[in-house]
Ligand binder design. Structure first.
Ligand code: NAD
Length: 296
């Protein structure tokens, strides 16, 4: 059970908080006494979730839009006080072969998953540095440490988040602001719907990611991988010679999990719902290699 005293009263902003990992994290931190602000591009669902859970603040936020993001943070600080923790969680994960990915979709993935994290981190830093305190937590993925066919642009985006967050940790060492990355395995949310989990790797529940985030706030560290087993496999496979690592990935099924083995109807439903994640050309077939760890 996480200690509550380090979390009680903290002002925590969570992007993409209307559902999934963001909502589970908001719920867990609220139970530990934090003051919660969730923002999401899906205005209807963020209002429903905010009202249902009685969060202190909720509303529309587009992480790719500077005015929207800055305005949201201003509003939170006006109503709740200085932001202690920003969790850059909003993200999308379209699946399929990169050759079929329209340019618009490639840009959208990078815009939300990478630029949104960079923008949020800059806006939070400008507020936190003068106060010499704060914590920026970026939700990356085990896909940021490996390579999974069917997720090429998503993989690239999560590798970028890890590189960015590690760099900030060094660039702002000694300022009082902390930086962490969270690396979930495939997790049971709408984002991963219709994907067949790789063998031996059970999908995580969003509450497990939420628990890891709560522990990070209590005892900050640079990275946390969830689940521990998937994190271990991912790191271990990364140390092996390339051909062996890729072979293990294929044996675990991660070469097909996001291509041939997807439930096309479920993926379509997700991609139609997720903002800007749709509009992929047909032709998902044909699996290839794949690293271990089971990203998502
Ligand atoms: P989800 O689809 O359930 O929720 C994501 C939320 O982000 C949605 O409510 C969506 O409306 C919001 N969003 C999308 N674009 C936005 C924008 N421009 N501005 C603001 N909000 C926006 O997904 P999830 O599984 O909860 O994913 C949360 C994070 O965890 C993502 O960064 C994802 O890449 C990461 N992650 C997920 C998994 C998984 O398997 N579910 C695994 C590893 C990492």
């Amino acid at each position: 059970m996480t200690e509550t005293k380090q979390i009680r009263g903290k002002v925590v902003v969570i992007t993409g908080g209307a559902r999934g990992i963001g909502l589970a994290t908001a719920t867990a931190l609220q139970a530990l006494g934090a003051q919660i602000a969730i923002g999401d591009i899906d205005e209807t669902t963020v209002k429903e979730s905010g009202t249902a859970r009685n969060f202190e603040h909720y509303g529309k936020l587009d992480v790719t839009d500077q005015e929207s993001f800055d305005g949201f943070l201003d509003e939170v600080e006006r109503t709740l006080g200085p932001i202690d923790v920003l969790i850059n969680n909003a993200g999308i994960m379209p699946t399929g072969r990169v050759v079929d990915e329209p340019e618009e979709l490639t840009r959208r993935i990078l815009d939300i998953n990478v630029y949104g994290v960079i923008l949020g981190s800059k806006l939070a830093l400008r507020r936190m540095l003068p106060r010499r305190g704060g914590h920026i937590i970026n939700i990356a993925s085990l896909a940021g440490e490996t390579h999974i066919p069917g997720l090429a642009t998503y993989n690239a985006s999560k590798h970028a988040v890890l590189g960015f967050t590690d760099t900030l940790r060094e660039e702002y060492r000694g300022t009082g602001v902390r930086f962490s990355s969270v690396l979930p395995t495939l997790t049971n949310t709408e984002l991963g719907s219709g994907v067949t989990p790789p063998k031996l790797l059970r999908p995580a529940e969003p509450e497990e990611i939420a628990d890891a985030v709560a522990k990070l706030i209590v005892a900050p560290k640079s990275k946390v991988r969830v689940t521990a087993v998937a994190g271990f496999i991912s790191q271990f496979v990364g140390l092996l010679p390339e051909a062996l690592g890729d072979g293990i990935g294929r044996a675990l099924g991660s070469g097909r999990a996001f291509l041939d083995d997807v439930d096309a109807d479920k993926r379509k439903a997700y991609e139609e719902r997720a903002p800007g994640a749709g509009a992929r050309a047909p032709g998902r077939g044909g699996g290839a290699g794949g690293g271990g760890g089971g990203g998502g």
